[in-house]
Design a protein around this ligand. Structure first.
Ligand code: ASP
Length: 379
């Protein structure tokens, strides 16, 4: 017997609904989720599958970057793209590709996610992540976890094996144990440069307090020059079947406290994917990305206004966010494989790989995407 979704079974006009359901089931995935009907009679061109990634945006300038460090970042990005490409190339799902690429960046000390997560005010690492499936609109997220090596993997467990979307703190870790995921000691996340970043942030805060400035402007968390970069990582992929997925993983902001949660694990803010519009992963001042629901806003412009992902992202990131005072950037891809990498800061670690396997990355604003060697990625 065919098991119909509950909402279908409850409707009265069974015959008509069943016919509509079966007709819908034969549409391409992209047309289904967005409720759009293909406008052309001939079969649509095969989607240009591929993936875009980011490793954070911010005040990235050439004078603050040694050639070795730049090569290491470029190599880290290239490795992540290759991991995602390997999945897509063999016909794997966009979800698996997103997870594979993000795992590479989570395992690197360079990025503010997993191993290289920044420190909270209390000297802990508090990790957030989310993943979304554009085909089913399924989503999973975790916030404020301390012992999860790859938070994106736990987010996926939440999506696929819990009735919930977002789990936090100790409860999320209990769920991880139930799912058979090992917990790692907090010392796993100790990276000296991150620790020093926290000390600078605390010193800066003390100096400001001594001068009478105790504002809680979200920008204060990004006020230490060296920390004005957001190493959050993210990926958006389109697979051979035409399905989109997006994921984001982060340590949040240096010196955060009070259980602060940013935009990364908030569906529609830092992470969103729908086959009916686009996939987005964001990085930047989370408090702005949450209030301006950046990821969903971009996809809504694509879906309801018919804008390209480039135009929609420009509208939200370069106009709305700039006017509001939010810094950062996004990566996005649509169900046809059109993509855009848009940021209003001086740089964003970013890259793209398409069906031809050409891996290209860039860091600074005025820098075009270019091939990178994976040889110098630190472990
Ligand atoms: N968006 C992240 C947050 O607010 C920070 C980042 O992108 O690095 O938690």
């Amino acid at each position: 017997m065919t098991i119909l979704p509950r909402s279908v079974r409850l409707l009265p006009a069974r015959g008509a609904v069943l016919a509509a359901f079966l007709a819908c089931a034969s549409l391409p995935a992209a047309a289904q989720a967005g409720g759009r009907t293909p406008t052309r009679a001939q079969a649509p061109a095969a989607p240009r599958w591929g993936m875009v990634i980011h490793g954070g945006a911010g005040t990235l300038t050439r004078d603050a970057m040694t050639p070795e460090r730049e090569a290491a970042y470029r190599a880290g990005l290239a490795q992540a793209l290759q991991a995602g490409y390997a999945v897509l190339e063999r016909g794997g799902s966009s979800l698996d590709a997103v997870q594979a690429a993000i795992n590479v960046m989570e395992d690197s000390p360079l990025f503010n996610a997993g191993r290289g997560a920044v420190f909270t005010h209390e000297g802990k690492n508090e990790l957030d992540a989310a993943i979304m499936d554009g085909r089913t609109m399924g989503a999973g997220a975790v916030a404020g976890v301390h012992h999860i090596k790859n938070p994106i993997n736990l987010a996926r467990e939440v999506m696929e094996h819990s009735p919930h979307v977002l789990l936090t703190g100790q409860g999320a870790e209990e769920f991880a144990l139930e799912r058979g995921m090992p917990l790692v000691p907090e010392s796993y996340f100790y990276v000296e440069s991150r620790w020093q970043g926290l000390q600078r942030a605390i010193d800066d805060e003390r100096r400001k307090a001594a001068a009478g400035d105790t504002t809680h402007d979200p920008h204060a968390m990004y006020s230490v020059p060296d920390e004005r970069k957001f190493g959050t990582v993210g990926a958006v992929a389109l697979d051979r079947a035409g399905n989109l997925a997006a994921g984001t993983s982060t340590g949040g902001t240096t010196n955060k406290r009070w259980g602060r949660v940013g935009d990364a694990p908030i569906i529609g803010a830092g992470t969103y994917a729908s086959n009916g519009s686009c996939g987005v992963s964001a990085t930047g001042t989370g408090e702005y990305f949450i209030r301006w629901t950046v990821a969903h806003d971009i996809c809504a412009l694509v879906q309801y206004r018919g804008m390209t992902v480039q135009a929609a992202a420009d509208e939200v990131v370069m106009h709305k966010l700039v006017q509001a005072g939010g810094d950062g950037g996004i990566i996005t891809m649509d169900p046809q494989g059109n993509w855009a990498l848009v940021f209003n800061t001086t740089g964003m670690y970013r890259g793209h790989v398409g069906a031809d396997g050409r891996v290209e990355v860039a860091i600074f604003k005025d820098q075009p995407l270019a091939p990178a060697s994976t040889a110098t990625a630190p472990r």
